[in-house]
Design a protein around this ligand. Structure first.
Ligand SMILES: Nc1ncnc2c1ncn2[C@@H]1O[C@H](COP(=O)(O)OP(=O)(O)OP(=O)(O)O)[C@@H](O)[C@H]1O
Ligand SMILES: [Mg+2]
Length: 294
């Protein structure tokens, strides 16, 4: 798995941050289309060039970077000779949806598990690229607050256009809970509208399932959560005992005897103990997703 290799324009405000000296957990926050993921990639590059063992936490189940969508993923990074960033190891948590709305506890638990995985793997720096969900009425602000309080990052890097994050940042600064750096959004951002976001997700799912094969699961041997209902083309995760997704699948058939046929790129079911059903369907021809109406 490789991070995008598109060129990064570095504004003077980034160059003066001396990010190669940063250690511990760095959490990037900001609304949509602020340049968070590109800034995260820049920080990872600088750290790796300085020889720092670095992990990238892709915390966006919608516009994922190392995805696939509907997951949060942690990649332990290495720098290739041509300057591109690769994951030497990946851990994934299944969110089951491409939006944080209605899945905030899963996201909080996922972030905590992935940060712990990064520490166990010996990462000296973890760059946490969060979603653009900062809407106060929708609960986005509370989710960010909860994550900061749980994870106690070494640094919060906030990208804001005016003062839209101040109801979070001002209390953080005044309480001296966490150091905060505020930056203006990248002037090089190319915003994506809803349609562009949908088709980007379909592309990410398509890339993930490009090597998928039909697998047969004996649901009698495996736990299923939640137990019902099964839906045709439902996205699911094959999870291990620790709750990490070994991979995703698309449900194709349920036989009366409890055998499930899925499409999945997962090579081995050896460590899989649970089938975690998601709340979206993914069309295996177009890879477009749609919410299951419950
Ligand atoms: N510094 C930069 N140099 C070059 N291109 C950039 C830069 N910042 C952003 N872009 C362009 O803008 C696009 C959107 O930026 P990015 O994905 O970093 O924003 P984001 O805040 O993470 O968006 P989202 O809200 O979808 O998570 C990128 O794909 C990239 O093409
Ligand atoms: Mg992003």
């Amino acid at each position: 798995m490789q991070l995008p290799a598109t060129p990064i324009e570095v504004p003077p405000s980034w160059a003066s941050l001396h990010v190669s000296q940063w250690r511990g957990l760095m959490m990037l926050i900001g609304g949509v289309d602020m340049g968070k993921s590109t800034l995260a990639r820049y920080i990872c590059q600088e750290l790796l060039q300085a020889g720092v063992r670095t992990a990238y936490l892709d915390g966006d189940p919608g516009q994922s970077t190392i995805g696939p969508p509907a997951t949060m993923s942690l990649g332990l990074l290495e720098l290739a000779q041509d300057g591109t960033l690769h994951c030497e190891a990946v851990w994934r948590i299944f969110i089951g949806s491409v939006s944080p709305r209605g899945h905030m506890l899963q996201m909080l638990v996922g972030a905590s598990k992935l940060v712990r995985a990064a520490r166990r793997a010996g990462a000296e720096a973890v760059i946490y690229d969060t979603t653009g969900f900062v809407d106060r009425a929708g609960g986005g602000l509370n989710l960010k607050w909860a994550k900061i309080n749980l994870l106690r990052p070494a640094l919060v890097v906030a990208l804001q256009r005016q003062d839209e994050l101040e109801s979070l940042l001002t209390p953080l600064r005044h309480s001296r809970r966490v150091p905060v750096i505020t930056l203006e959004p990248s002037p090089y951002v190319q915003p994506r509208d809803i349609d562009a976001r949908r088709s980007h997700r379909a592309w990410l799912f398509g890339r993930y399932f490009s090597q998928a094969q039909e697998l047969t699961l004996d649901a009698g041997r495996l736990a299923v959560f939640p137990p019902m209902p099964f839906t045709y083309n439902q996205l699911l995760a094959l999870e291990d005992r620790a709750g990490f997704a070994q991979g995703l699948g698309i449900l194709r058939q349920v036989q009366p005897a409890g055998t499930l046929t899925i499409l999945s790129p997962v090579a081995s079911l050896e460590d899989v103990t649970l089938v975690h059903l998601g709340e979206i369907c993914v069309d295996p021809r177009t890879f477009e997703d749609r919410r299951i109406p419950y």
